[in-house]
Design a protein around this ligand. Structure first.
Ligand code: LLP
Length: 425
């Protein structure tokens, strides 16, 4: 394998026996800043964004990258420079979007539990749409807008009651889920919004879940929503925006197929082309998921009668997806492991004091030894953004590769960071 170029994907590849991200040898970065760290390919992020943009080019559309997937400022800035807006779910994400210069008229704000101060913040900034998820939220928004002497530009998030066949924790479009206004009550909700003085009902929003790898759930939901738009039109309620949310999955396992943005668009366009609405898309995972990896080092090999454990320096607090969703992430070595090391079946685990702290179970890998560098693939989305300081572990660094340069876009935390804001009584 040495000397040959083995493509992991187009942005991470082996060359001369080493794993590269674009033009940078990953081991170089590990030597410089130590492990663990997240590493992103800027070109991959841009290409993923462009693929979406290109796929929907025949209609008026706006991509609002979903900040919850990864809201590192540099990544958000790269996307803003490509023309992306922002889908935010908290005052903090709104702050970040504004900080990187996203125009307020390219920002949409979802979430079932917006606080009064978040609503006020969004109204003051004049964002494009507050995606309102309940009647009480609608009433509160009307009240706050009245106090600010503004009209609140909003969409109602409608729950189409569709099963997206994804992990239950990330499925949001079923009638039993907490999200949105149920479709059976949608017309009433729009009528109510029309009556409220300080509300301008601009659109309709749906988002049915995440990591969806079939197109049918999107099609089925959209059919219901389009039908509703037509019925509302008959009642004199004309909507200017149709926000179809995010949710398009990516492939995490070799051989697993996920639809491309092009395939996604080809199925959806016939349903929405004729509408007089601007289409908003909120992809997160499909933009950054496969653009990032987590680099970690082997600390110990521990063989018991039952298992072979590979203990690494990253843990569940750095990447919680395996623990939380039993998610599968491909794990590869930074050097292609050849010849003398025969494959063994291992659990790859972190140092945190919980049995749920693992990255892989019963994975067949070439025998590893202390100091080997491993990378956990497809960790760009919901990796760092879901990380925590559990076990008082400083959050890891984030690095962005741009061709043959790399930038540290988030410093590794130190012990001082861990106690910032705490007071001794
Ligand atoms: N729009 C809304 C309203 C959302 O709630 C979400 C994700 C998105 C857009 C972006 O969805 P995406 O394109 O990334 O699928 N932590 C989980 C995923 C939670 C997704 C929550 N909502 C995971 O690690 O798989």
């Amino acid at each position: 394998m040495n000397g040959k170029r083995l493509t992991v994907n187009d942005y991470f590849h082996y060359k001369g026996g080493d794993l590269y991200c674009e033009g940078v040898r990953i081991e170089e970065i590990a030597k410089e800043i130590a492990t663990p760290f997240y590493l992103y390919s800027q070109k991959s992020i841009i290409d993923n964004y462009k693929a979406f943009d290109e796929a929907f080019k025949e209609i008026d559309h706006l991509i609002c990258y979903s900040y919850k997937a990864n809201s590192n400022l540099s990544i958000c800035k790269v996307l803003r420079e490509e023309g992306s807006g922002a889908d935010v779910v908290s005052g903090g994400e709104l702050y970040k979007a504004l900080k990187v210069g996203v125009e307020p008229k390219k920002i949409v704000f979802s979430g079932v539990g917006k606080t009064a101060s978040e609503i006020k913040y969004a109204l003051k900034e004049g964002i494009l749409l507050l995606n309102v998820e309940s009647i009480p939220e609608l009433e509160l928004t009307n009240k706050i807008a009245g106090k600010l002497k503004k009209k609140a530009s909003l969409a109602l998030r409608i729950n189409p009651d569709i099963n997206p066949n994804t992990h239950p924790h990330i499925s949001t479009g079923l009638a039993k889920s907490k999200f949105g206004i149920e479709i059976s009550g949608a017309k009433e909700a729009y009528k109510k919004a029309e009556e409220l003085k300080n509300i301008e009902t601009m659109g309709i929003h749906m988002h049915i879940g995440s990591q969806i790898t079939e197109l049918e759930p999107f099609v089925d939901s959209l059919e219901k929503i389009v039908e509703l738009i037509k019925e509302l039109e008959k009642e004199g309620i004309k909507l200017r925006y149709l926000d179809i949310g995010g949710g398009l999955g990516i492939s995490y396992k070799k051989g697993e197929k996920a639809p491309t943005p092009k395939e996604f668009a080809e199925r959806l366009l016939p349903l929405i082309k004729e509408l007089k609405c601007k289409i908003i898309l909120e992809p997160g995972r499909a933009i950054v998921g496969n653009a990032g990896i987590l680099v970690t080092k082997v600390l110990y090999i521990k063989k018991t009668e039952e298992k072979n454990f590979v203990i690494v320096d990253a843990a569940m607090n750095d990447l919680i997806r395996p623990t939380l969703y039993n998610a599968y992430h491909e794990i590869i070595s930074i050097k292609p492991i050849t010849g003398h090391r025969s494959p063994i079946t291992v659990d790859i685990v972190g140092p945190v004091c919980e049995s749920g702290d693992y990255f892989a179970k019963n994975r067949e890998l070439p025998e590893l030894k202390f100091g080997d560098l491993l990378t956990i693939l497809d960790a760009g989305a919901y990796g760092f953004s879901m990380s925590s300081n559990y076990n008082a572990r400083p959050k890891v660094a984030e690095v962005l590769v741009e061709k043959d340069k790399y930038h540290i876009i988030k410093k590794r935390e130190d012990y001082e960071d861990l106690v910032r804001g705490e007071e001794l009584r």
